[in-house]
Write a protein that binds this ligand. Structure first.
Ligand SMILES: [Zn+2]
Length: 277
């Protein structure tokens, strides 16, 4: 079996252009690798004025822009390498680095720091990072930034979904209790939106509520779902939708077993199960 992973080139005009045989960043699997960034202004391609403070700030802004464009973010950086022209600049570089990559509440990435005799354009600092992508997949299984919305016409949704899926996802329908294929599924893996492929729930959050629909204690990522007040049928409930495609998933009730006490009661028809490898 082939385990070849396709690589995707990341390119953005919000960071300095690649001006040689390299890419600003490359994504492969669930990881993104950036090229080493130096303090070039993305508009002028010139080294910014100033010293280590200005250069470190510009480098980290460039990295932030590349991560954004590539479907990751600073909080998802797992490893960095910092090249310094002069190790005496370490403390200053480190204080700025910490603001970007290790703010309060974020686990700092692993790091290597090295002093080198010379850097491109004689800059003072160069930084490269490896980051994990946001755990989101698009319509064709490709990785997408969390913020990227999927907006299709009703006609396009009808083509993409079965009649039953369309009724639930696009018309806020509810499948019959105990009718869903995933209701009793106990395999390990992830539950994705049947409309757009966004990862919504992990199997570790699934529990048997006995209510007749797949039930979860917590979403895979709080940003993956959207909650709305639903007063249809004469009672107040909280509707749950996919944040990416706005598809109706089900409702959340305050009677779950987890630490948050929630039960995400989700239509099986709104979900696609992807078995863990
Ligand atoms: Zn969706």
């Amino acid at each position: 079996m082939s385990i070849y992973l396709a690589k995707t080139i990341v390119s953005t005009d919000k960071a300095p252009a690649a001006i040689g045989p390299y890419s600003q960043a490359v994504r492969v699997g669930s990881l993104l690798f950036t090229a080493g960034q130096i303090a070039l202004d993305p508009h002028t391609q010139q080294v910014v004025a100033g010293g280590i403070v200005e250069q470190t700030t510009r480098v980290l802004e460039n990295i932030k822009a590349i991560l954004d464009a590539g479907g990751s973010s600073l909080e998802r950086v797992i490893k960095t390498t910092v090249f310094l022209k002069d190790f005496n600049d370490f403390a200053v570089m480190n204080s700025i680095y910490a603001k970007y990559l290790a703010p309060k509440g974020v686990g700092a990435p692993a790091r290597s720091t090295v002093e080198v005799s010379r850097l491109p354009k004689d800059v003072l600092v160069e930084i490269e990072v490896i980051a994990e992508l946001h755990r989101k997949t698009g319509l064709n299984g490709e990785q997408l930034p969390v913020e990227e919305k999927v907006e299709l016409s009703n006609e396009e949704w009808r083509k993409r979904l079965t009649l039953e899926q369309y009724h639930v996802l696009r018309e806020s329908g509810t499948e019959r209790a105990f009718s869903g294929a995933l209701n009793f599924n106990k395999e390990s893996g992830s539950y994705q939106c049947a409309g757009c492929g966004a990862e919504l729930f992990g199997s570790e959050a699934k529990f048997d509520s006995g209510c007749g629909w797949p039930s979860f204690t917590i979403p895979a990522d709080s940003k993956a779902i959207r909650e709305l007040e639903d007063i249809s049928g004469g009672r107040r409930r909280i509707e749950v939708r996919c944040a990416r495609c706005d598809g109706h998933l089900g409702h959340v009730f305050p009677d779950g077993p987890g630490p948050d006490g929630l039960r995400y009661c989700i239509n099986s028809l709104s979900l696609t199960f992807v078995k863990a490898q």
